[in-house]
Design a binder for this molecule. Structure first.
Ligand SMILES: Nc1ncnc2c1ncn2[C@@H]1O[C@H](COP(=O)(O)OP(=O)(O)OP(=O)(O)O)[C@@H](O)[C@H]1O
Length: 287
């Protein structure tokens, strides 16, 4: 008898999402009529100017914020509060300083009542996969920023989330560590079939990581452009100098700085990437 078919999980559907924040006279619209879908296992980056509502959108997906209007669904179910199926990783660390690395990673399973041996085994496996075998008995303060961020990721992945929500997770890291973490994340994601929604201000990072970019307008945030990236995987640093990459980067820069009307005159990407490279000065730009 064949094994029962399990449909892929992690599909997100957002429709007509409006979110207002603040109270009384200070109330304002943070998100305006946001709508998009994400396929199971897709890696989507959110790009947008500061204050446009990216974290608000992530907070709604995490279940920490309720829509004023509209709907958010995961695998067809309307989201209702936070749940381990949607793991959150922030820029700032949220590790418990009084717990050893292994206990930080296993904490979620402990809360779910998973037996001691099983949670240890799974925590060891995850620490191994994020390159931290041998650091199980360290405390967070004994680790570098990049290592702490690896623990954060392991701590969320141990819950086997359907969706990984990442809010500028590498924003506080030095450039070299950041590049290593991007590669580590792609390696993990290739092995663990999880939908990823990743916020960043760094266009290079977004283009390097994502299957799709959602570029948002200034507040109130709405989706200006939904860009499917044509880059094959696995990816490496060579990609950052390819003409297609540079052309898309120019397009993102124009969208972020001048809005949707500004990009009419810019060339759209051809399937062959026949777009002249941008000047070298534009090769790295964080918004
Ligand atoms: N709880 C709140 N009450 C009132 N205003 C808020 C609240 N949270 C965020 N804001 C405001 O809502 C807007 C959207 O904030 P949000 O943090 O979602 O933007 P963002 O795109 O993630 O910004 P950044 O890129 O700077 O992190 C901002 O103008 C922010 O100041």
């Amino acid at each position: 008898m064949s094994a029962p078919h399990t449909p892929p999980q992690g599909r997100i559907d957002i429709e007509g999402l409006h979110i207002e924040l603040g109270h009384g006279q200070d109330r304002f619209e943070a998100l305006h009529d946001v709508g998009f879908s994400v396929a199971p296992g897709e890696f989507v980056c959110l790009l947008g100017p500061s204050g446009c509502g990216k974290s608000t959108l992530l907070g709604a997906l995490a279940g920490h914020l309720s829509p004023t209007r509209g709907s958010l669904r995961l695998d067809g179910q309307t989201l209702n509060g936070p749940a381990p199926e949607r793991g959150l990783v922030f820029q700032q660390h949220t590790l418990f300083p009084w717990l050893r690395v292994i206990d930080n990673v296993a904490y979620g399973l402990k809360m779910q009542g998973v037996p001691h041996d099983e949670r240890r085994t799974r925590a060891h496996q995850l620490l191994d996969s994020v390159g931290l075998a041998g650091f199980e008995r360290h405390y967070p303060s004994q680790l570098s920023g990049g290592m702490q961020q690896r623990v954060e990721i392991a701590r969320v992945l141990i819950n086997r989330p359907r969706v990984l929500l990442m809010d500028e997770p590498f924003g506080a890291l030095d450039a070299l560590t950041r590049v290593k973490m991007q590669q580590l994340l792609l390696d993990l994601w290739a092995r663990v079939p999880t939908t990823v929604i990743f916020i960043t201000h760094d266009i290079d990072e977004a283009l390097f990581l994502a299957d799709r970019l959602l570029v948002m307008s200034a507040r109130p945030g709405r989706i200006l452009e939904d860009i499917t990236l044509p880059f094959a995987r696995p990816r490496d640093a060579e990609l950052l100098t390819q003409p297609e990459f540079v052309a898309l980067k120019r397009r993102c820069l124009a969208l972020l700085h001048h809005g949707a009307g500004s990009v009419q005159s810019l060339p759209r990407l051809s399937p062959l990437g026949a777009v002249p490279p941008a000047p070298a000065a534009a090769a790295r730009f964080a918004v």
